[in-house]
Write a protein that binds this ligand. Structure first.
Ligand SMILES: *Cc1c(COP(=O)(O)O)cnc(C)c1O
Length: 413
């Protein structure tokens, strides 16, 4: 790519086929938001929906809303809708609980589906909760079970015929590295293992087709690129061929075959309903629809195309304008191997990110020295990339980041 000017960026924005979507988000004026990979911004439609939920559905209609406002059906309705974006068939996905809890469910289910195998295979630099949840599960199961952790690049080689399930995050939370889901699922099936995927940094960021990839199980967040709202419930996918063959162990009443019969003993619900455990946080769950509706309207190929350009531009501009200050790319340079985020390592990364935030460029920091920037094509413009790097260059040139106030650690980074 030749070096761009700010004017070039404005011209690219003017012809961007996705340019109208930015207006669907309630972004504060002047803010450059490069952290949609951690918490997506608010879709404007969320404010009205929240008001209706609180004032009418809860305030006026009270318990009737479980039926009249479709509260009980929400996990299924949202799951089917999200399934259209992620390549799942109706009845293969629900929106419920947190990603961590859903990881526990899919790993348990996988061990139940593949009962002669005792090994879970995962990537060693996965997002911690994925590994922690596997440890918690295996701690309950006894010594014959085993968690094998290998580097992301070694997953295929580590898929041997003792593995019950391999679970990887398609897009690495820190580096943005994109794994080939189909290649992993193919190899898993060839050795008799199941393939489970964490799509936290994929859903809404890159095109995903779970069934085309041959995925057996999957989970992911709705509050990152899908803009579902802080702590909004996650999703869980079970391919139809695996339904009704084993049980996940969080056998709460919502997963019962007849929840309103209030039977003494548990009987597993049919199909995806067995993945539900209990009463859902309706206020938060309902919000997921706002961000999701925007995605069902767009062409994910266009989203991907723009995402690649935004990330390429950011890498190029940081290296050409800030190269002297020791930023080291911590993301695959090859777009084919990258999600929708870019990381740079810098020994003073924490203070630099904080100084950038003070200049209205929001990125985040992941220990030990990873500065992370997410590029969500529905609201990030090309000119935002230019301006973000411009402000980064300013901070470095002036030494602004060295100020004491940027070095104190906050609880959330
Ligand atoms: C964000 C993220 C999570 C978050 O899990 P919670 O249960 O919502 O806290 C899990 N896994 C990965 C890979 C993530 O990126």
């Amino acid at each position: 790519m030749t070096i761009l000017t700010r004017d070039d960026c404005l011209k690219m924005d003017a012809v961007d086929p996705l340019k109208t979507y930015r207006d669907a988000f309630a972004l504060p004026d002047g803010l450059i938001y490069l952290d949609g990979n951690s918490l997506g911004p608010q879709p404007k439609a969320a404010a009205d929906l929240a008001a209706d939920l609180v004032k009418r559905q809860w305030g006026q209609d009270l318990i009737k809303s479980w039926n009249t406002a479709g509260w009980f059906e929400l996990p299924y309705k949202l799951g089917d809708k999200l399934g259209r974006l992620l390549g799942a068939n109706p009845g293969e996905m629900i929106v419920t609980d947190s990603t961590g809890i859903n990881i526990y469910k899919v790993l348990s289910l996988a061990l139940g589906l593949n009962p002669d195998r005792k090994t879970i295979l995962m990537e060693n630099d996965n997002f911690p909760t994925d590994v922690y949840m596997a440890e918690g599960l295996l701690g309950q199961l006894g010594d014959e079970y085993d968690l094998k952790l290998v580097a992301g690049d070694d997953i295929l080689d580590a898929l041997t015929d003792d593995v019950a399930v391999v679970m990887v995050t398609e897009v690495n939370y820190k580096t943005g590295r994109l794994l080939d889901m189909k290649a992993i699922a193919d190899k898993a099936h060839a050795v008799g293992a199941l393939a489970a995927f964490d799509l936290c940094h994929s859903a809404g960021a890159v095109p995903v087709d779970l069934n085309a990839a041959g995925a057996d199980l999957a989970v992911g967040c709705s509050y990152k690129y899908l803009n579902g709202g802080p702590g909004a419930p996650a999703f869980i996918f079970v391919a139809e061929r695996h339904q009704n063959k084993a049980q996940q162990p969080l056998s709460g009443w919502w997963g019962h075959k007849a929840p309103f019969e209030f039977e003494t003993r548990y009987r597993a619900g049919e199909g995806i309903s067995q993945m539900a455990s209990g009463t859902q946080p309706i206020l938060s769950l309902a919000m997921v629809d706002c961000g999701l509706s925007l995605f069902l309207d767009v062409d994910m190929a266009q989203v991907r195309q723009k995402s690649v350009k935004l990330c390429d531009m950011f890498i190029e501009l940081v290296e050409s304008r800030c190269g002297a200050w020791g930023f080291e790319l911590n993301t695959p340079r090859d777009a084919v191997k990258r999600g929708s985020q870019v990381s740079f390592n810098h020994s003073d990364g924490y203070a630099i990110v904080k100084a950038l935030i003070a200049k209205d460029v929001i990125g985040d920091f992941r220990a030990p020295q990873n500065m992370r920037f997410g590029f969500a094509p529905l609201y990030v413009r090309y000119v935002d990339v230019w301006d973000a790097v411009d402000r980064l260059a300013d901070i470095m040139e002036s030494g602004e980041w060295q100020k004491e106030i940027y070095h104190a650690r906050d609880a959330v980074t």
